[in-house]
Design a protein around this ligand. Sequence first.
Ligand code: NAI
Ligand code: HPV
Length: 533
Amino acid sequence: MFRVLVTDEVDQEGLALLAAEPLLQVDEVPTLPKDELLARIGDYDAIVGRSATRISADLLKAGTKLKVVGRAGVGIDNIALDVATSLGIAVINAPAGNTVAVAELFFGATIGLLRQLPRADHVMNNGGWDRNSFLGRELKGKTLGIVGLGRIGSEVAARAHAFGMTVVAFDPYIADERFTALRVRRAPSLDALLAEANILTLHVPLTDETKGMIGKRELSRLPNRSVVVNMARGGIVDEPALLAALEADQLRGAVLDVFSAEPLVADSPLRKAPNLLLLPHLGANTVEAQRNVSRDVCLAVRDALIRNDLSKSINVAGGAGEWGDLQPAMMVARRAAAVARAVLADQGMRAVRRVALRVSPDLAHGTGAILAAVAAGVLEGVIETDRLNLINARALAEARGLELSVAESSELGARAIEVALSGGMQQLAVSGVAPEGSTPRLTQIGSFHIDVNPKQTLLILTNHDVPGVIGRVGTLLGEQSVNIAEYHQARLAQGGDALAAVSVDGEVSETTRRALLELPDVITASVVHFRDE
Ligand SMILES: NC(=O)C1=CN([C@@H]2O[C@H](COP(=O)(O)OP(=O)(O)OC[C@H]3O[C@@H](n4cnc5c(N)ncnc54)[C@H](O)[C@@H]3O)[C@@H](O)[C@H]2O)C=CC1
Ligand SMILES: O=C(O)C(=O)COP(=O)(O)O
């Protein structure tokens, strides 16, 4: 049974999907004060919320059972993502469901500002009838400058064409082809965009790069009497600088839907600023958007908890495609890494420095997830953490100074992986395959070709290629009540060294391993217990 805490008014449709699962118990609470949340979080396996709840480092650390943080929306700037990753907690958002809601609000609010609709309504509510004070401006023929041509920026651009606007955008992370497809002119720099934007709108996440991106200097570069719209995040537009530009009548007006501190304090000077349309973070507040994001995040949280499907987790990088399809490759990669680490350790090389993963092109879509599995395989049984998982494995490995790399290689056969571990002068590569519809296998350890299904426990022996070794090993394991599932013997040349990969049921004790080493002609014996069974 997993317990899920839901806060911040998440739409009921998604919550009903969680509640319908017998394995999930859902508790819904209003947005809680920090102390109260801290006191309760320890009981929960997952928390689902929106922007109002700060998922701080303290909260994540207090959530000793936490496995998943769900965000019913896009922005994750309220979540301490690095801390979640290092603790192995999946962070899942709902990136696409509220795009249209924000794009539509942009036009609603901008036209509202340009035609002074809130003020006209206010006059009407007070019994007045004033047509002369409300001479507005049109969108047609104006230049719209979009910062951030992602999901929302693109939807804004598409609609802006219908209004007859010239659309220019600045987004250094988007390819030229996308600009062309959207019929948007690319601004080479933010300054170039600012120089011509009659209406400037921001659709970027809050990051170190975007914080304070529009300040006094940038506002002064806009054409005189432009409009600034921030529906992205508070702090991207510097609030005191915006206030000063409005008061100086340098800007025609501005729309703010987001603030550096939310809720906006009652006595904020922004509330009295001229020509400023203020909204209480309404971008995603439509019935449709809330239903979409709630469904999306709840399904992903459910699958993460119940099926260990982490494909929607922001902090499992690169797991695109079907998670189920990648699972066998991840399993074989993790076990190949565990085998390589154990064999190298028994050869006296414990300090692995480099981990190089190669995958066949048909697995290239899953390199991030497969690399995470490899990192987990290298670390399991070596580091003391009951929270080692696919989310934190890469970060934990890198924190120990391991260099991880991944490459696609067409030299490998279908659905094949190779994990090479090295340190000092030693290196060992272990390969495997995860064929569609049949059992994943390990196919090579160093130069030895094998063919074994790595299940429960794998025993890897090296021995002199002389008669009788297999019999002696079999007898010894039988005496110790260890049942052999598969025994694969490989050799490079007759009479040289040989390697045996023995898949056994249950555990092989250290006493048994030592007894194997005592047998004539056995050179090394490594035991790998797969911990992800
Ligand atoms: N007011 C509201 O209720 C809502 C606000 N948002 C905000 O809108 C933001 C954007 O949402 P989406 O379009 O869905 O995200 P997205 O990830 O699809 O698009 C963001 C774009 O910003 C670009 N970008 C990042 N750093 C940049 C920089 N320094 N300069 C120029 N471009 C940069 C990226 O390349 C990307 O194309 C979210 O991060 C969130 O903060 C989102 C939904 C609702
Ligand atoms: O999705 C986003 O990033 C938003 O800003 C929407 O926030 P909300 O869920 O309405 O608190």
